[in-house]
Design a protein around this ligand. Structure first.
Ligand code: PMP
Length: 345
């Protein structure tokens, strides 16, 4: 891995971060707070939330098996994605390399930050081509974006191939594991000590069934977490979100039940879907969705919309011609989907 001085933007290295009232005073008990220009009425919503979300991180550390000092929390994983550009990539000078197709926000955030985005196609069967990816790297490549299980293809990549990329590349490798809770593969967040140049992304929006509260996680070395904390908005996770996330972390049995139901539904739905005459292929998935190649994705998509069923039309995405991306729903929802498609003429 390159030294931080050559990986991190000079302005971020020089930056003196904003110091908020809740940063300057913490620890000792106090009962009169006259330091943050808050309104003394309307408890508890009158107070700014904990800027570093320490109580929540302590709970998360247990649930995820990662020390609190290696966790950053963002307003969705999308905040972490944007911060990675702002920390590491000099606009109009640096570039990033990513697989294609993949989650669209990596490219959108590159455009917003005016950073060149090098999209490198996966193999035709959606497996990872490490050589092709590494061949796109040059001296100005700061970040490689990997997403495993990948969106929209659904498959997790070969671990050895990911490790080869991580150990060969000298910059930062982001491994977005938003969907890793839907398979039994060992997650990369447990390998931070072995691979100091990785940032692993997780989210409350998928297995934890909490997309509405906007809470994403980044797991990384303490040095990288310090950079996230330096650049983020002072109070980026609001109090309601922190409280609701802690409530969800107390509901692990319910969450595990959802995981089992969804994985079970995936096992049942995929072969039934593959048997539809209008389905040409269902691709292997390790996530809570699957990609299917159809005879005519466009018209099937509109047919389903007319019946009140919304799936994602990925036909215009690289390598995904005529493909629909379909989320695993409840047993009733999955039956409604199959029932509608069996009647498609
Ligand atoms: N990563 C991947 C791979 C995703 O598919 C998504 C959402 N579809 C996200 C991140 C965004 O997650 P969040 O809701 O935490 O911003």
């Amino acid at each position: 891995m390159l030294p931080f001085e050559s990986l991190v933007r000079a302005n971020i290295q020089r930056l003196t971060p904003y110091s908020c009232a809740r940063d300057e005073f913490k620890g000792r008990a106090a009962s009169v707070f006259l330091d943050a220009n808050e309104n003394p009425y309307n408890t508890p919503y009158n107070r700014y939330p904990d800027p570093l979300q320490e109580e929540l991180k302590a709970k998360l550390a247990k649930a995820k098996g990662v020390p609190a000092k290696n966790i950053f929390l963002g307003n969705g994983s999308d905040e972490a994605i944007d911060l990675i550009y702002r920390i590491f990539c000099e606009p109009r000078l640096d570039n990033v390399v990513a697989i294609a197709p993949t989650y669209g926000m990596y490219a959108v955030c590159a455009d917003i930050n005016d950073v060149e985005y090098r999209a490198v196609p996966l193999n035709d069967d959606f497996t990872l081509n490490g050589d092709r990816l590494l061949a796109a790297v040059d001296d100005h490549t700061k970040v490689i974006w990997l997403c495993s299980p990948n969106n929209p293809t659904g498959n997790a990549f070969n671990r050895k191939e990911i490790e080869r990329i991580v150990t060969t590349f000298q910059g930062i490798v982001v491994i977005d594991e938003a969907y890793s809770d839907f398979n039994d593969l060992p997650p990369f967040r447990h390998a931070l000590d072995v691979f100091p140049n990785i940032i692993v992304l997780n989210t409350f929006s998928k297995l934890w069934a909490s997309a509405a509260i906007r809470l994403g996680m980044a797991f990384a070395s303490e040095e990288i977490i310090a950079l996230f904390n330096k650049v983020k908005y002072p109070y980026n996770i609001n109090q309601l979100t922190q409280q609701q996330a802690m409530r969800m972390l107390d509901e692990l049995p319910r969450v595990n039940q959802w995981r089992m139901t969804i994985v079970n539904e995936r096992r049942n739905l995929l072969p039934a879907f593959a048997e539809l005459p209008i389905c040409k292929a269902v691709y292997p998935t390790d996530a809570n969705f699957f990609l299917a190649r159809m005879t005519d994705a466009e018209s099937i998509y509109h047919y389903l919309i007319d019946r009140g069923i919304v799936v994602r039309n990925r036909s215009r995405v690289q390598l995904c011609g005529n493909c629909l991306r379909i989320t695993i729903g409840t047993p009733q929802e999955n039956n409604a989907l199959l029932g509608a498609l069996r009647q498609y003429r």
